[in-house]
Design a protein around this ligand. Structure first.
Ligand code: 13P
Length: 253
């Protein structure tokens, strides 16, 4: 049985005090062995939050990183730095990074390789715009994103990659893809992965859905065949709501 990964992506929200208080409020959360609870926090808080979640079931992730280990890249954070402070996961290629910070499929691929070189689990985001969906381009667009993102990885690395399907039109808009539509794309993603590697490897890949996920719709999303978790923005900012999302995963196993 695949893992269920519930990840909260805080984006550029919270003061340090609010971030630490959040962790204090969720640290009693227990996940069963199938479920992982991850908070993707802003860089300045990572170190302190990693220390706070020791002995708890919550993991701390970064929201992006550079692909180089070090160098003259003013303002950037490297995989070495993240691994050094005990971060476990990193989001790569979020649509906001692609749109505002020129991330391309090629830089996503370099970052995924860099993540594995430093024992970080990549959460690789893919998804279509509304225009692409309306032009019936969703599946071709996503196939291209996935093929380039995973290029050159070993089967074992692919099995350990988390893929987040986030239709751009559903992010922060309150519009969720119907669970059937979301599952159809996640199923397609698994088929693409199977073509690149094998059915066996593809069966191991955790595929999350993201885009206006909240406690009210997570049960339905998780009840589908190919959605193995969620990457949650807005609804991950309040401890009570994040706990409900993780409990929805706990209920499944
Ligand atoms: O972008 C997202 C998570 O990475 C989704 O954000 P919302 O849950 O706020 O729609």
């Amino acid at each position: 049985m695949r893992k269920i990964v519930i990840a909260g992506n805080w984006k550029m929200h919270k003061t340090k005090q609010e971030a630490e208080q959040f962790i204090d409020e969720v640290k009693q959360l227990k996940t069963n062995e199938r479920v992982e609870a991850v908070i993707c926090a802003p860089f300045p808080y990572l170190s302190s939050l990693v220390n706070k979640v020791k002995q708890t079931d919550v993991k701390i992730a970064a929201q992006t990183m550079h692909f180089e280990q070090s160098g003259a890249f003013t303002g950037e954070v490297s995989p070495v730095m993240l691994a050094d402070i005990g971060v476990s996961h990193v989001i790569i290629g979020h649509s906001e990074r692609r749109e505002y910070y020129h991330e391309t499929n090629e830089t996503v691929n370099k970052k995924v390789h860099a993540a594995f070189s430093h024992h970080l689990t990549p959460i690789v985001c893919v998804g279509e715009t509304l225009a692409q969906r309306e032009a019936n381009d969703t599946l071709t667009h996503i196939e291209k994103q996935i093929k380039i993102a995973l290029d050159g990885l070993t089967d074992e690395q692919i099995a350990n990659t988390i893929i987040a399907y986030e239709p751009i039109w559903a992010i922060g808009t309150g519009k969720t893809a119907s669970s059937a539509d979301a599952n159809e794309v996640c199923d397609h993603i698994r088929n693409i992965v199977a073509k690149i590697t094998s059915e066996q490897t593809a069966e191991k890949v955790v595929i999350q859905y993201g885009g206006s996920v909240k406690p009210e719709n997570i049960d339905e999303l998780l009840s589908t065949s190919d959605i193995d978790g969620a990457l949650v923005g807005g609804a991950s900012l309040e401890p009570a709501s994040f706990i409900q999302l993780v409990e929805a995963g706990n209920k499944l196993s």
